[in-house]
Design a protein around this ligand. Sequence first.
Ligand code: NDP
Length: 499
Amino acid sequence: PVDFSAAEHVEVPAKEGCFDHIFDSDEKSESNLSIIVVGASGDLASTKIFRTLFALFYEDRLPENFTIFGYARTVMTSEELRNLISRTLTCRIGQREKCNDKIERFLGRCFYHSGQYSSEEHFFELDSKLKEKEVGRLSNRLFYLAIPPNVTVDAVRCARRRASSENGWTRVIIEKPFGQDLDSSRELTRDIKQYLSEDQIFRIDHHLNEELVDNLLVLRFSNLVFEPLWSRNYIRNVQFIFSQDSRTDIQGRLVKFDDYGFIRDVMQNHLLQLLALFAMETPVSLDPEDIKNEKVKVLRSMRPVKLEDVVLGQYKGHIDSIAPTFTAATVFVDNSRWDGVPFMLIAGKALQSNRVEIRVQFRHVPGNLYNRKLGTDLDKTTNELVIRVLPDEAMYLKINSKVPGLGLRLDQTDLNLLYKSRCTPRGIPDAYERKLLDAIEGDQRSFIRSDELDAAYEVFTPLLKELERKKVAPELYSCGSTGPVGVHYLAAKHNVHYK
Ligand code: NDP
């Protein structure tokens, strides 16, 4: 890394810009978009961000006039950055040679500037370089902060003061973690808001924008058949499952988690977000703010998670620590729609399957004629709706039907929508592509607002503090299983079928 410490104190005038300008379509064609990947030398940038930007370019989803700047402390030239990222680029469809031309054109728009994250001087230099590319046009700037959290506020400050757009909008994408608990999260938000307004902040949750998550809203609000069933009257319980198999773990990032990082990362972020979308009331409109208003109401209606409703697990042979690699928690939404319905959040590594799904178990049919006649187990014949986010996006409803032939036998079959069979030859866009496009378009729908973050922390912070205080040891489980035995007891306690 270069040492620019001496340059830290150079005085440069602060910028007075307009930060939230929304363009109409005429302006759009005249505007220039600069995307600045801060932390460009890192893992996330090279494995995800540049690839995604290329995918958007490949699909002609980036504006005509765009420039990409990598920014990090590592000293390298623009050419070296291009070499670095060209190795990661692949075409969405067709042979690689068919898109060499596109790759070249894309790389021609990529540049690099080396600097410290806390140096306003270095961001000012970046600003000059950006201006060279933006000459004569309105400039919009999107900063993607792919850096560790300890330098986030510095980078926000420098970007806002020295490198924000003077005549267009400036937006900043921020990566997890957003603090460690309610207090630190609030402090981080307070610090960032010294420099940015809420609509400039895009807190990213990678799992929130999957195709089926969007489709969840379509399912509920544009089909007459589901919404009337969407309450305690018909739904017995709901499971939100985030399961990674052993393979994932071997390549995995577990070492990055602190003691209870897994709970914060997966349960409190991804799964609570899914839950809020699942359980919210009909929003006033599809406007992102209206949707978030409803999500916040769900989160604020939740009781803080109790230790007795939590199971922690660790797969056998894991590192020598008490860090859970598995967590299950039952939570409740105390409103009239969901009173008493258990929502089970389950997240684990080194499990038997790799899946992210929502499983909705319905109540049994009152006075079911067939159960009476055939003596079938009530629970085995209740309907279940499965919304599979990953892999192979799908939605299926388990229904009972008669086994064809003589005699009367019932069987469960699936009413099935497999997304693969419906999607375009180009496939379903990666979550990151949608995220970046949303941020470019100023669509906050799938990003997390600060009051959502606050409300989510309120649900989990008391539990996290108690776990830390009591140093609760996780229960061991075998790799490739469904988790520790305790999860089955917890499920049984709330009449949930977990498999
Ligand atoms: P890296 O550890 O690769 O860091 C990114 C860059 O930040 C590095 O290349 C380095 O650049 C700089 N950096 C690293 N450590 C420090 C430090 N202590 N102080 C100042 N700068 C530092 O992180 P990732 O790219 O994996 O992730 C970036 C952010 O995104 C993190 O906050 C992470 O939590 C989050 N994230 C990452 C995911 C992933 O899949 N990788 C998934 C979800 C979130 P240089 O030395 O050149 O300045």
